[in-house]
Structures are given as structure tokens and as C-alpha cells.
Design a protein around this ligand. Structure first.
Ligand code: LLP
Length: 463
């Protein structure tokens, strides 16, 4: 073991006995090694995937997405039925979106939440029943709203007074009636494993809770709009129930007040359920989370003497995060000597263009050799990308086998959420394909970009 004084490793990072091990909570359930030591995902060898599609490649395990979607739906439906209500789970498409993924989650009985006209088009192109879509966003354009109303989107989550007037004008022209929820901010903000509760939130989303009665009164005057309930999303990568409980309690005070003006069939408490990125993350099991949140709402309603509304939730990361694994090829390796010891920099052929989360949020990931089982003692590494920026880090701190070498394949698990959607062409690097694996077969669900795709946007190049 390294002592803190002789290693640049952070205190939380545990030196594993075996730097080839696959920690169950981080990887898809199908992950394992074959007899030769090569990583298998969804019954397909990492080497075969790379042989067919190249590197980097984002692999998404279809069965993992489906089973997580099912587990969430079942957990919330079961908890709701124990508390005399119903629950609906929307998949937050911003976490990872393609027509295939929309079909998987809808097939598993989920609804889908979109937050731009582009996401809406993908869901509609997938053949989604529009009545099972929710549409978010703090700056929906008139064109986007017209498309959503015209397509028959089930619920529009309104975020500003201007948007409400846009919808009033639109629905009076089309003669349709649109169901809307009102996004409020409860003053509860979850910061990973903790939550903060304030009276006023300094952020762009939703209405301050205190403004909700006037906003809802306005909506109730508009013949083309039906108010169905309040909506609140308190943040992301949340462990535990406490933040949801506090937020629900604040929302129910207003919900109760609004009941004087008419029925309110629903309450949406958003998403944000945390996942394991490294072996030290210990998210609350989903059944426990569902039971805790639903019980908190039911108790809050009982205390106020009001009926329990139908509940909805919008997880994204918890469905796709651990289903995604990015495969890279190791290029160059160098040891950098520091006061505290040595750090081995392992460069891969992707980076912040396919995973911006480390640079953007200081996110932590883990990594394993994918093409083989490595040898030698674990060495502390930092996995970095190929971009011209020192913050281009993929995995900040990890132990890998000492013999990691150029040409090895490296797998970074838990990249299914918010990596592909945040990807860019920084430094003119093409975006990788997304390849789905299931039952021993693989297929592209989002094509990778070619150099030609990149050059095609330059108005000065004739292709
Ligand atoms: N509902 C609303 C209204 C949201 O804004 C979000 C996420 C979700 C649901 C889904 O949250 P999830 O269950 O996936 O945590 N790019 C950041 C996360 C941004 C989350 C944006 N909103 C990241 O990579 O950590």
C-alpha cells in the first residue's frame, strides 16, 4: 500500500488487490472476462467490438438499460400501490438519446422526457406515442411549442410566464387543450451526497414556489390549458431520500393551497438518482429510494388531510449510466515525478470530446484493461485524452496493472449518461459511434463521425 505521504493518490482511492477486477456496482451485469482475460460486454468481446467499429467506441448494453428501466418502474409502481396511488417513470432523454433507446425504454413501459425540439424529434422519429412524452425547457421557442402541441405531447412542463402566454395563443389558434405542469424550485438543491435547503434559489429553472399560486391561477383561466400539477427537479447524482423528502414537503404546502382552486391529479418530483462511478460510491438501492420517497409524499398528504396525487419521476443517469462503457486504445505512456511520488499518465485516443464530465464537473471514473488481464503490481495512473488542454482528463485517479502498454484496450465504465450528449468536435476530433450489445450481438445505434463529416461543415472545403 502507498502511504499518503509517498503517493499522489487521493484519500478515497483504494489500492485494489487485483487491478484487473470488475467492481459489480460500476459495470453492467453482463460484464466479465473470458478465459483469455478479455472483457466481454453483452456477450461480445471488447476486441471484437473494436475490430469492427474502431476506437474510441461507446458501448451500450441494451439488457442493462432495459433491466434498469424495468427495475425503476417496478419499484415506483410497487411503492405507489402500497400508498394508495400510482407512479409513472419518464426516462430523461437528455442523459443519452437515440431512436433505439427511446424504443427500449418505452417498450419497458416508461414514458420519455425531452427538453428541446431536437430531442422531441428523436422521440417522435422513434415512433413514440406523443401522449407519453413530457416536454421541458426554460426557453422553448414558439416553433418548438407549436410542434409539441401539434404532435399531441402529453405534458408540457411550463417554466416561465412568457411560455404560458405563448401556449395560450397557440392553443386558441389550434383549438386544442394542452396539459401542463408548472416547474417550481423548492429551494432544495441536492449537491451529490448532501442537500442544501434555501428560501430562494438563484437559478434559471422554474418559478419560485411563492409565485406558483398566481401562475396556476393564470393557467386555470386559459381555456386551452389544463393544469395537472407541480413539477420539481432538485439536482443530480443524489444519494438518499432526505432531499426529496424536504422538497416534497415544501411542494405539498403549495399543492394543498392550490387544491382550493380545482383538482390537481399529479405531482412530479424529477430525477437525479445517483449511480456508482467508482468502487467507493454506494447509491441507495432503487427499491429503498422509491419506498422512501413515496412514503414521504404519502405521509405529507396524510398530515395535510389531502389525497395522494399520482406521482411521476424522471431518472436519466440511473437508467443508462452504468449501461455504457467506453473503449479506448492506449497510445502513449509517461511517468511524471511529483513531490508526493510518481503518476503514470496513460493517453488514450479520445478524451474530453467524448467525455467532458471529468473536465466539467470534476467527475470521477474508473478504468480497466479490456484486451487482457495485466500483470505486475497496481500502479497509480491518470488516464488522459488526446486534446490540447491539460484539463483533458478521462479518469483522474485509478490503479492499473504495471504492465499497461501502448496498444492495450482500456475500458471506462459508467459512461452511459451525459457523455455522448455532451460530446464535441474539439480539436477536430470526430465523435465516436454508439454500439449496442445484447445476447452476443452488436450493432451501431448512432453512427460515428468520419473525417469527411467534419470537413463537410467547413464552407471553404469542396468535397
Ligand atoms: N428532469 C429534469 C428536469 C432534469 O433537468 C434532469 C437533468 C433530469 C430529470 C434527469 O436527471 P438524472 O436522473 O439524469 O440525474 N450533465 C450533468 C447532469 C445534468 C442534469 C441535467 N438535468 C452531468 O453529467 O452530471
Amino acid at each position: 500500500m502507498h502511504s499518503a505521504a509517498s503517493s499522489p493518490a487521493p484519500g478515497w482511492l483504494v489500492e485494489p488487490d487485483d487491478a484487473n477486477d470488475l467492481v459489480l456496482s460500476v459495470w453492467p451485469a453482463s460484464a466479465g472476462r473470458d478465459e483469455a482475460g478479455s472483457l466481454q460486454l453483452g456477450g461480445v468481446g471488447a476486441g471484437d467490438i473494436v475490430h469492427q467499429y474502431g476506437t474510441p467506441v461507446m458501448v451500450i448494453d441494451e439488457s442493462e438499460v432495459r433491466s434498469r428501466a424495468r427495475a425503476l418502474r417496478t419499484a415506483f409502481e410497487r411503492a405507489a400501490s402500497e400508498h394508495a396511488t400510482t407512479a409513472r417513470v419518464y426516462y430523461a432523454g437528455k442523459a443519452l438519446l437515440s431512436t433505439e433507446i427511446v424504443r427500449w425504454v418505452m417498450d419497458e413501459g416508461l414514458n420519455v422526457d425531452v427538453c428541446t425540439g431536437g430531442e422531441l424529434e428523436v422521440a417522435l422519429a422513434a415512433g413514440a406515442d406523443a401522449s407519453r412524452l413530457g416536454f421541458h425547457g426554460n426557453n422553448k421557442s414558439v416553433a418548438e411549442l407549436a410542434r409539441a402541441v401539434g404532435a399531441g405531447v402529453g405534458t408540457i412542463i411550463v417554466d416561465s410566464a412568457i411560455e404560458i402566454e405563448r401556449l395560450a395563443a397557440l392553443t386558441s389558434r389550434t383549438g386544442t387543450v394542452q396539459r401542463v405542469m408548472v416547474r417550481v424550485n423548492s429551494g432544495v438543491h441536492a449537491e451529490t451526497h448532501d442537500f442544501l435547503a434555501t428560501a430562494h434559489e438563484d437559478q434559471k429553472f422554474g418559478f419560485p414556489l411563492g409565485e406558483a399560486p398566481a401562475i396556476v391561477a393564470r393557467i386555470r383561466e386559459i381555456p386551452g390549458l389544463t393544469f395537472v400539477g407541480l413539477h420539481c427537479h432538485i439536482g443530480s447524482q443524489i444519494f438518499g431520500v432526505a432531499g426529496f423528502r424536504e422538497s416534497a414537503s415544501r411542494l405539498l404546502d403549495v399543492h394543498q393551497e392550490l387544491l382550493a382552486g380545482g383538482d390537481i391529479p399529479q405531482l412530479n418530483l424529477g430525477g437525479g438518482f445517483g449511480i456508482a462511478y467508482t468502487r467507493v460510491d454506494d447509491p441507495t438501492p432503487i427499491a429503498e429510494l422509491a419506498e422512501g420517497i413515496v412514503a414521504a409524499v404519502a405521509e405529507g398528504c396524510a398530515a395535510r388531510g389531502i389525497p395522494v396525487p399520482a406521482l411521476s419521476f424522471e431518472p436519466g443517469r440511473a437508467i443508462v449510466g452504468n449501461a455504457g462503457v467506453t473503449l479506448y486504445e492506449v497510445g502513449t505512456i509517461k511517468d511524471v515525478t511529483l513531490d508526493a511520488g510518481t503518476r503514470r499518465y496513460v493517453s488514450v485516443d479520445g478524451g474530453m470530446s467524448d467525455n467532458a464530465r471529468t473536465a466539467l464537473y470534476g467527475a470521477q471514473y474508473s478504468a480497466r484493461l479490456a484486451s487482457r488481464v495485466g500483470g505486475g503490481p497496481p500502479v497509480l495512473v491518470r488516464v488522459v485524452g488526446r486534446h490540447c488542454e491539460s484539463g483533458d482528463i478521462v479518469v483522474d485517479h485509478e490503479y492499473l496493472p504495471a504492465d499497461v502498454t501502448p496498444g492495450d484496450l482500456l475500458a471506462v465504465p459508467a459512461t452511459g449518461a451525459y457523455c455522448a450528449p455532451l460530446s464535441s468536435n474539439y480539436n477536430h476530433v470526430p465523435r465516436p459511434p454508439i454500439v449496442a450489445v445484447r445476447d452476443g450481438a452488436s450493432r451501431v445505434i448512432v453512427r460515428g463521425e468520419s473525417m469527411r463529416d467534419l470537413l463537410a461543415r467547413d464552407a471553404g472545403i469542396q468535397l
